[in-house]
Design a protein around this ligand. Structure first.
Ligand SMILES: Nc1ncnc2c1ncn2[C@@H]1O[C@H](COP(=O)(O)OP(=O)(O)O)[C@@H](O)[C@H]1O
Ligand SMILES: N[C@@H](CCC(=O)OP(=O)(O)O)C(=O)O
Length: 379
């Protein structure tokens, strides 16, 4: 294999970039019911080309369930959760073995990292995952991530790998997230059902109109269709990471997207890159909702204040101290997200109270700020 020649086709990108690549089932199968090996070879070649040009690549890959289907011979459709988990458990091994072999061809070592929602919710696990990923990258190892489907039940799952890839992009503070799929990008409507739909090359901001473009779940093999891809773009761009959704079968698609070439749809970063702690707050799955009154919403938005109990009108959901909650203005818009210092039961009791009354009500207090400014991300 002419590796030298292949590496040359990666155009020069200034500085070192850390790029997260997400490969959906649709790309890995090429529309079939099994892993499409030639396609995997080609994608690994592109990852190796970026690495050789001095960039860091983190792969988030689907494909465990489909590989399990290939190995065991029964399809995932209409199977119980336990049966799908068997497919994923068998398939993940096959998938990883395939990647490890391909990586070897290009002189790369691959590492498997399986994550679930708890790894983003729990600060210690989050930091552990970050350390492992950083260690892999600094040693030139290619981290290959999937959801830990074999053990994750619905309640603790991220649920789809588009969202997982955005969480990972946050975790590693990526400069770019590239999502390769079987569509040429975001279209004005689902191109499967609307042949006259056209490509949207750039999305400066994710508005309700953009959300409305996403049809339901995509192919019968994929999980979330375009909806979860827009959700991923929203999570990543809010933290300052641009996102490209591009066709996995296009020539050199990953390298071109990483090089800034116009391919697929590019979602521009929303503001500057967030600091690491705030990325964690954004990446975390919000456990509850706190409704603010007009004055509190204004204090947070205009004066950069912390949230005090007196400005809280209502509390929804069950959450512990230190969990992320959504902060909602009276009109229902999300003002921001932050780590709460009081659990949901306590917060219901002290909502609307002046700070001085908290201790008398609860018998203790964790300070006047329910969500401190330093633990908050404004949206
Ligand atoms: N507005 C849209 N633009 C492009 N594709 C869309 C749109 N709405 C829905 N889709 C569907 O999303 C599918 C890709 O999602 P999915 O099947 O989950 O792929 P993957 O396995 O790559 O995650 C496309 O095949 C397409 O049919
Ligand atoms: N974790 C699953 C894939 C879940 C998923 O989101 O799939 P896809 O929509 O194809 O990216 C698997 O490995 O089969």
């Amino acid at each position: 294999m002419d590796r030298e020649g292949e590496v040359v086709i990666c155009p020069i990108i200034m500085g070192t970039m850390r790029v997260v690549l997400k490969l959906g089932t649709s790309v890995l199968t090429g529309g079939t019911d099994r892993l499409h090996r030639p396609r995997l070879v080609e994608l690994m070649r592109q990852m190796a080309a970026l690495r050789s040009a001095g960039h860091e690549v983190v792969l988030v890959t689907s494909g465990a369930v489909i590989a399990g289907w290939e190995a065991l011979g029964f399809p995932p459709r209409e199977r119980t959760v336990a049966e799908k988990q068997v497919l994923a458990a068998v398939g993940q091994g096959v998938l990883m073995h395939t990647y490890a072999q391909l990586a070897e061809i290009y002189g790369l070592k691959a590492a498997q990292i399986l994550l679930t929602a708890d790894d983003f919710r729990d600060r210690t696990r989050y930091l552990n995952a970050r350390t492992t990923l950083a260690g892999c990258l600094s040693r030139g190892v290619l981290p290959i991530i999937n959801e830990n489907d074999a053990v994750a039940v619905e309640e603790i799952k991220v649920g789809d790998n588009d969202t997982l890839s955005a969480f990972v992009a946050n975790l590693v503070e990526a400069h770019l997230l590239v999502i390769l799929t079987d569509a040429p990008g975001l279209y004005t409507a689902d191109p499967r059902t609307h042949p006259d739909a056209t490509l949207i090359p750039e999305v400066p901001r994710i508005t309700p109109e953009i959300w409305a473009l996403a049809g339901g779940a995509g192919s019968h093999r994929g999980t979330g269709g375009m909806q979860t891809k827009i959700q991923a773009a929203e999570i990543a761009t809010r933290a300052g990471t641009p996102v490209v959704i591009a066709p996995g079968d296009a020539d050199n698609a990953f390298v071109r997207a990483a090089s800034g070439e116009a391919i697929g749809t590019r979602f521009l970063a929303n503001g500057s890159r967030l600091e690491a702690r705030k990325r964690w707050i954004l990446a975390e799955i919000a456990s509850g909702r706190v409704q603010l009154d007009e004055g509190a919403a204004r204090a947070l938005r205009e004066r950069g204040g912390s949230l005090l109990a007196v400005g809280i009108r209502g509390v929804e959901g069950k959450f512990e101290r230190g969990h992320t909650v959504r902060l909602l203005a009276p009109d229902g818009t999300e003002v921001g997200r932050g780590l709460t210092r009081y659990h949901s039961g306590d917060l219901r009791r002290i909502a609307g109270m002046k700070s001085g009354a908290i201790e008398a009500e609860l018998g203790y207090e964790y300070g006047p700020e329910v969500v401190h400014r330093d633990d908050m991300v404004m949206l």
